[in-house]
Design a protein around this ligand. Structure first.
Ligand code: AHR
Length: 513
């Protein structure tokens, strides 16, 4: 064989060896149904922050940007396709400075305040209760209102509830009618404060527990329309808030919220960039994301001890990636690009939430448009769907599905002493009875060959969508909106088993027939 031929064969084979697939085996226990995955774990969060609301959702009726009564048509259509189950509003930290009366009545007469948390910019209050509720109706979602404990009062909160939900002829109900809404709104969830350990008042859990008892007493609504009441809980690895709240609050508490953000470096001072990161940062980001499993497990243990009847749910009502501000942008607006890495972060979170479906009954990604790990980036008339958007859409069949346990034998994906399983799997039976499978291949270099066995089901085939790209930080821009979009994927049948090849760095969802 000539030297040239030997070289050609070498060049052809090296990539094949370098990228040899890893083998993963999965047994899905279709005969052991677990808890129902509450659709609300696919919830969203929209705060008055940067261009999250103004410009992102709301442009006003007079805008040249195509809109329906002030709401961007492009954004509304995209959100409808996600079947958003619930939206949390108006914050976040903003909620504890928000006074609802500023956001009702003729828009031109509403006071202009300063959004002190987020960039110190004017808050026109153009988008208030009526605008939010109409938006929720437009996209067909339930509402989760965050009340102001930090700088508000029980009276202010009680009045807001009455304004929104009363069907009487009270002065506040009539004011709502005068402002254009006859029928009371349904408030499905009501949060008593946000991050009360920090921007929501810098409180101790014991102090907040007493405040919760006081405020919750006055959250009233017509019979049969009382919202689920959410207590502001802890963050990251913390469990003390759940411990204190479940031992010191006996009534009115339907859920405790918890916040966990994925910060690549683990350091708030220098978090890491949204794009242009190294493989070490890729792995660190995914590994830190997976920590949420342990944080939920530890909190759920306390709930199981103090609330064995399972009355109190655990809401992860803020989660997602948080990177350093983009150069040239106002740091207080928390705008960041969203890459394939974010798509994997989203799917890994979903897998963990499914695993804890019994207690984790809501989760809200931060945030819906233009802020942190957004579904949509919009600027002026332009708008683009992020990789995170596509993952939310791919996982729609898991909303309301019944979790099925699975055993996964996956080799590790490791570098420099950091290790995670190369492949993460979730399984559930959707509301139509179909078995749905979700996969994340965390390894950015190696394809994964997954062999699937099913207990209690004869699987013939499986097909669905996969999301991947050449670069770890591949992302969609206004100029290239199709850089990261889902493509078709199929499993092969091998005897009684199915086999599927997952591309490196990918998220896949397949329905089994
Ligand atoms: O999502 C951005 C901010 O993060 C929220 O306002 C706050 O609750 C959290 O600290």
């Amino acid at each position: 064989m000539s030297k040239q031929w030997r070289w050609l064969i070498f060049v052809a084979l090296v990539p094949a060896f370098a990228q040899a697939a890893v083998n993963v085996s999965v047994t899905v226990h279709a005969d052991q149904p677990g808890a129902v995955i509450n659709p609300n774990v696919y919830g969203q969060f929209a705060e008055h922050l940067g261009a999250g609301i103004y410009g992102g959702i709301w442009v006003g009726e007079k805008s040249d940007i195509p809109n329906t009564q002030g709401y961007r048509n492009d954004v509304v259509a995209a959100l409808k396709a996600l079947k958003v189950p619930v939206v949390r509003w108006p914050g976040g930290c903003f909620a504890d400075e928000y006074h609802w009366r500023d956001g009702i009545g003729p828009r031109e007469g509403r006071p202009v305040k300063v959004n002190t948390h987020w960039g110190g910019v004017p808050e026109t209050n153009e988008f208030g209760t009526h605008e939010f509720m109409a938006f929720a109706e437009l996209i067909g979602t339930k509402v989760y209102i965050s009340g102001n404990v930090g700088s508000g009062s029980p009276q202010e909160m009680a009045d807001w509830m009455e304004y929104m939900t009363s069907n009487t002829v009270s002065t506040l109900a009539n004011l709502r009618r005068k402002n254009g809404r006859d029928k009371p709104w349904e408030v499905h969830y009501f949060g008593i404060g946000n991050e009360t350990w920090g921007c929501g008042g810098n409180m101790r859990p014991e102090y907040y527990a007493d405040l919760f008892r006081q405020y919750a007493t006055y959250i009233k609504a017509p019979r049969g329309h009382r919202p689920k009441i959410v207590a502001s809980g802890g963050y990251d690895a913390g469990t003390r808030w759940v411990e204190v709240l479940t031992t010191q609050v006996e009534r009115d508490i339907d859920a405790i919220s918890h916040h966990y953000y994925t910060i690549p470096s683990g350091k708030w001072e220098k978090k890491g960039n949204s794009l242009g990161f190294t493989e070490d940062e890729w792995l660190a980001t995914l590994q830190r994301t997976l920590r949420i499993d342990e944080y939920i497990t530890n909190n759920v243990k306390i709930l199981d001890k103090n609330d064995p009847q399972g009355k109190v749910a655990f809401y992860v009502d803020e989660w997602g990636t948080w990177y350093d501000p983009e150069p040239g942008r106002e740091p207080g607006f928390l705008y960041q690009q969203n890459s394939l890495r974010d798509a994997l972060v989203a799917a890994l979170n979903f897998h963990v939430f499914h695993q804890h479906a019994k207690r984790v009954q809501m989760a809200n990604i931060a945030q819906m448009v233009n802020v942190l790990q957004a579904m949509i980036l919009a600027e002026g008339p332009k708008m683009v769907l992020t990789p995170t958007y596509h993952v939310f859409q791919m996982y729609v069949p898991f909303q309301g599905a019944t979790f099925l346990p699975s055993e996964v034998k996956s080799p590790p994906y490791e570098r420099a002493g950091v290790s995670v399983p190369a492949v993460s799997v979730t399984a559930a039976r959707d509301t139509s009875g179909k078995l749905q499978l979700g996969f994340v291949n965390l390894d950015p270099v190696h394809e994964a060959t997954v062999t699937l066995e099913f207990n209690g089901l004869q699987a013939k085939s499986a097909a669905g969508k996969t999301l991947t790209a050449r670069a770890m930080d591949a992302h969609n821009t206004f100029a290239t909106p199709g850089a990261v979009v889902p493509a078709a994927i199929k499993a092969r049948r091998t005897g009684a088993r199915l086999q599927v090849s997952l591309p490196p760095k990918s998220v896949s969802v397949l329905a089994v027939d």
